[in-house]
Design a protein around this ligand. Structure first.
Ligand SMILES: *Cc1c(COP(=O)(O)O)cnc(C)c1O
Length: 398
């Protein structure tokens, strides 16, 4: 569409799809097919030779998946995107694409557990080393750069402590030293933060979380600022490793994406209401949330995020036992990992998502036994507060 650029709220609904090319079907059709017939032998040969556009086989491309890819590329202000069968398939695709045996990767000190597992595999099998570091300022990052360093890989906010990485500082270092900057943007969602607009090179998402928003898909997305680079990954790593997304999952994600902006606004509003409530409880010690005015990193948050999102972490008095007892008294709020769903979820990182992190490193990152992570859903905030209140009341020193 020509004219002025569309707002994100419109892009999530319209980008990458022309209904008149599909019998006027308002909803994006689900092309549940594994292969595509050619009009004649010459056309088949031509498509294989790259002489003409068109579909060949669904591991190489599918029209439903392609709508999702074009849409997410536009939402993230990128040039092109690829859809994968999980967030981890997207993460492993970009990291294996960028690195050669012997290379070095700089990572934010908190990264998703399975990304850490992937880095350990890469180290053992391919001698690709990494350092997990604080990225508070440019000098701090530069100290760890080696001749073999090829990229900076980070998450912000960092799970589960909601610590922020200053994207501007990272991008400056990346530019100065010729390092690609890759951001796992899952926690912010593409509505609240767009690392490519801030100078990043690649963004990955676990689409399982906010992008889907309904807790019924596992999927991943990779977005790049250069079309050719994404095309190269499509025709090599994605084609030959084969970690593609199914058309049905793409169809569900297209549907989920339409409400991403209004969902993120509601998640953020609900989170702020819960924080105001949690601050009144003497049982709560620390609260971690990017857009909390008491957060020392609030300035960074405002520079790179549109709102705070739905994730809150907080510590309760009394350590692991009390934290677990608190969770067990919740009724409406479900005990579950994952995040970004309509349902509010709570988990205990020390024994759940971060139980695999050695204790020393875990404590250094602030993941204590009394830390709880809440993924605030879309329920009425008063009902959530009521549920929390009942759980606090059940603890004798509440
Ligand atoms: C969930 C998650 C992943 C992994 O995504 P899957 O879809 O489960 O493979 C990666 N990064 C972050 C930050 C996540 O929350």
């Amino acid at each position: 569409m020509k004219g002025q650029p569309l707002h994100k709220d419109t892009v999530v609904i319209h980008e990458g799809y022309q209904d008149q090319e599909h019998f006027g079907s308002l909803a994006v059709p689900l092309y549940q097919t594994s292969t595509y017939s050619f009009e004649n032998a010459a056309q088949g040969g031509n498509r294989f030779a790259g002489g003409e556009d068109g579909y060949i086989y669904s591991r190489l491309g599918n029209p439903t998946v392609r709508v999702l890819e074009e849409r997410i590329a536009a939402i993230e202000n990128g040039a092109a995107a690829l859809a994968f069968g999980s967030g981890m398939a997207a993460v492993s695709a970009i990291l294996t694409h960028i690195t050669q045996s012997g290379d070095h990767i700089l990572c934010s000190r908190g990264i998703y557990g399975c990304t850490f597992g992937l880095l350990k595999i890469m180290e053992k099998k391919y001698n690709i080393k990494h350092d997990l570091i604080r990225m508070d300022n440019e000098e701090e990052i530069e100290k760890f750069i080696r001749p073999e360093t090829v990229c900076i890989y980070l998450e912000t906010p960092i799970n589960p402590t909601m610590e922020l990485v200053n994207l501007e500082a990272v991008v400056n270092v990346g530019k100065r030293h010729g390092l690609q900057v890759i951001v796992d943007n899952t926690f912010s969602s593409p509505y609240l933060q767009n690392p490519l607009s801030l100078g990043g090179d690649f963004v990955v998402h676990s689409a399982t979380k906010y992008i889907n928003g309904h807790g019924d898909v596992v999927g991943g997305l990779l977005i790049g600022k250069e079309k050719e680079e994404i095309a190269k990954i499509r025709s090599t790593i994605q084609k030959d490793y084969g970690g593609i997304m199914s058309p049905f999952d793409a169809w569900l994600l297209i549907r989920g994406l339409k409400t991403l902006p209004i969902r993120m606004e509601r998640h953020s509003e609900n989170a702020e209401k819960l924080i105001a409530y949690l601050k009144t409880k003497k049982y709560v010690e620390e609260i971690y949330y990017p857009f909390d005015k008491d957060n020392p990193q609030f300035d960074i948050a405002k520079r790179q995020m549109r709102a705070g999102g739905g994730l809150i972490s907080f510590t309760v008095k009394g350590g692991r036992k009390e934290a677990q007892r608190f969770m067990d008294h919740l009724k409406l709020i479900k005990i579950a990992v994952s995040l970004g769903d309509a349902e509010t979820l709570i988990q205990h990182p020390a024994t759940m998502t971060h139980s695999g992190v050695p204790e020393e490193g875990r404590l250094e990152m602030g993941i204590t036994d009394s830390l709880l992570r809440l993924s605030v859903g879309l329920e009425h905030p008063d009902d959530l507060i009521h549920d929390l209140e009942a759980a606090f009341a059940a603890l004798k020193n509440a």
